[in-house]
Design a protein around this ligand. Structure first.
Ligand code: FYN
Ligand code: ADP
Ligand code: MG
Length: 576
């Protein structure tokens, strides 16, 4: 049934779903057509929505998730029943883990048959499976409830701590019809979907008092701070207090990485040394060694222990999840930072100069050491000589969005390539997930209309590589750079058994990923020198054409697990 039914004053479920989304300013669907949602994708497109079709649901889901992060509106992923739903579920769970707002809408088979387990086409109790893996899950059985279902999904995704929401729409729902006027009246335009949450004045005062007494204060910015889009106030808070700050990876660029108060290049010095740490939209999870130090970075890493904490977070239960939080400030980051700012007068004393001096000394030393390494021009290229090129490209094109995944390709890029603007760096986030690459790249190009450069390990790229066809199909300004070192971590591993198989971490040597892009009409370049890489990247930015650069990297250049070798069970046991 189509909109024609409106001729007899009726509207169907398909159009109620589309109208409900549009009423809430949702204009894009990322998905993969098939039973029972094929017509929904066609009709959504006919009704003026942008429908981006992928080759695998996980990539569509990752696209929806990062669209949510970039826009503060829930990204929509649309999947078919059972297998399609399951393929999308990893992305939904990853979105929830990372606090990205998204809605996975999945078609499902007939309830009567599924619940009696009579073996329906793609039978699965999807709602029950999704529930523990996301923030909220709903099912709509009647056309007149579609408006409420979509409204509840939107509110759940973006209010409070953002996250993933599942919305189950059984096949029968789409064909249901109802009176068109009543249908229209049943839709809800959500008012104030993510209400501001103003922090309590005494909580703000407690935080200010703690910061005031600090001898070695430090601010840590997390991706929650990037999501909040309170960039100017965050910068003002950091500059007015004079407190050094450390950006978590997706918080890079909220202030330019070249800012003189950035302590990024003195990371392992400031973390154990600081006496008062203010977390802004960052959790004390494994990425911050649970607030205890020692659990990453190898044997020589110093334990923490003397820190007092201020934690700004929208979730009231985040505080004390790992170590005691002395001054929790619960509220949205915009409101919290602005409340702190109004408590900071012109007589605020900057941090003691010995603390600032010690950080500056470390930073200068580390940056100089890095500059030495980046200057080298080995053949074949290593990560450093290739990333020196990438660093210069981003410096000259700061509006470009970076997508980054891999092990060494991730860790080296994070510390070598400076970001200059907020929300320009999108990466593997809280889980260290591989496979976000092409989904993130497609969505970033679609929702921001900015050029995207994806720096990918050759292994990481494999998880979503088929989406180069999607990039070509929509003619997106995406340049994929594959750091090709012939394998997971590298290509040097040997099979000790004597059998003909290569070691589990090794791929086909000398693979030409650039030809994948050429297969779909994009530009493929094989780059063996920094100059070739620079030329190809600059040309990609200039032309805006889908491009894949196979950057040939020394297969011995990587280290096992990049910078988190200490998390391998054997290494962890030795370090105990
Ligand atoms: C940083 N550094 C710099 C600079 N920036 N030196 C010179 N110049 C610049 N601009 C230094 C910094 O001080 C550190 O040195 C080092 O470079 C690394 O910095 P980074 O990357 O910020 O810090 P680190 O130690 O790697 O951070 C820990 C971490 C991070 C856990 C937060 O590793 C991380 O986000 N990892 C994600 C890993 C992941 O998810 N992998 C996917 C799975 S891969 P020192 O101060 O001397 O320490 C599966 O195998
Ligand atoms: P990172 O990995 O960069 O350290 P995390 O994902 O661990 O960042 O932390 C993000 C935190 O930000 C979460 O605890 C989340 O509740 C919080 N958060 C997200 N959006 C907001 C917001 N608008 N206001 C306040 N806190 C937020
Ligand atoms: Mg590799």
């Amino acid at each position: 049934m189509t909109r024609d039914t409106q001729a007899d004053g009726q509207i169907d479920g398909f159009h109620l779903v589309i109208d409900a989304l549009k009423l809430n300013d949702i204009d894009t669907i990322f998905g993969l057509p098939g039973i029972p949602i094929t017509d929904l994708t066609r009709m959504a497109q006919a009704e003026g929505m942008r429908v981006i079709s992928f080759r695998h649901e996980q990539n569509a889901g990752n696209a929806a998730a990062i669209a949510g992060f970039l826009t503060q509106k829930p990204g929509i992923c649309l999947t078919v029943s059972a297998p399609g739903f399951l393929n999308g579920l990893t992305a939904l769970t990853n979105a929830t883990t990372n606090c990205f707002p998204m809605i996975l809408i999945s078609g499902s088979s007939e309830r009567e048959v599924v619940d009696l387990q009579q073996g329906d086409y793609e039978e699965m109790d999807q709602l029950a499976i999704a529930k523990p893996l996301c923030k909220a899950a709903f099912r709509v059985l009647n056309a007149e409830d579609i408006g409420v279902g979509i409204a509840r999904a939107i509110r759940s995704a973006v209010s409070g701590r953002p996250g993933g929401v599942y919305l189950d729409l059984p096949a029968k729902l789409f064909a249901q019809t109802m009176d068109a006027a009543a249908g229209k009246a049943s839709l809800i335009k959500v008012v104030d979907a993510a209400p501001r949450q103003i922090p309590a004045p005494d909580a703000v005062q407690r935080a200010l008092d703690l910061l005031k007494g600090a001898k070695k204060p430090l601010i840590i910015l997390g991706k929650g701070a990037a999501y909040a889009q309170a960039d100017a106030d965050i910068r003002a808070l950091i500059e007015k207090t004079g407190i050094p700050y450390l950006p978590m990876s997706m918080a890079k660029g909220i202030l330019p990485d070249t800012h003189e108060q950035s302590a990024a290049a003195a990371r392992s010095f400031v973390l154990p040394e600081a006496d008062v740490v203010m977390l802004i939209g960052a959790r004390l999870n494994w990425l911050l060694s649970h607030g205890k130090g020692k659990t990453w970075g190898g044997k020589d890493h110093k334990a923490w222990g003397n820190q007092k904490y201020v934690q700004i977070d929208i979730s009231p239960t985040e505080a004390d999840s790992n170590v005691a939080i002395d001054a929790p400030v619960v509220g949205d980051i915009g409101s919290c930072v602005s409340a702190l700012l109004s408590g900071i007068g012109s007589n605020w004393a900057k941090p003691p100069s010995d603390w600032l001096g010690a950080i500056a000394e470390r930073r200068t030393k580390n940056i100089a050491k890095m500059a030495e390494t980046l200057k080298k021009n080995p053949s074949p290229m290593n990560f450093h000589s290739a990333l020196a090129v990438v660093r210069d490209v981003f410096k000259a094109n700061p509006e470009t969005i970076m997508v980054n995944e891999g092990a060494n390709a991730l860790d080296f890029t994070r510390s070598i390539v400076d970001m200059y603007l907020p929300r320009k760096r999108l990466d593997v986030g809280t889980w260290g997930i591989m496979g976000i690459g092409m989904g993130f790249a497609v969505a970033a190009a679609v929702v921001t209309k900015k050029p995207v450069i994806a720096i990918e390990g050759d292994s990481a790229f494999g998880f979503s590589g088929m989406e180069v066809e999607t990039i070509c199909r929509y003619n997106l300004p995406v340049c994929v750079v594959i750091m090709n070192n012939n394998g997971v971590y590298g290509g040097m591993d040997v099979n000790k058994s004597g059998s003909a198989d290569v070691a589990p971490t090794v791929f086909v040597k000398g693979a030409r990923y650039d030809k994948m892009m050429e297969a779909f009409g994009g530009v493929g370049v094989n780059a063996t020198t920094p100059q070739e890489l620079a030329n190809a990247m600059n040309e990609a930015l200039k032309s805006g054409k889908p491009t894949l650069i196979n950057a040939v990297i020394d297969e011995a250049a990587g280290t096992e697990s990049g910078r988190i070798t200490s998390l391998n069970p054997q290494t962890a046991a030795k370090n105990k």
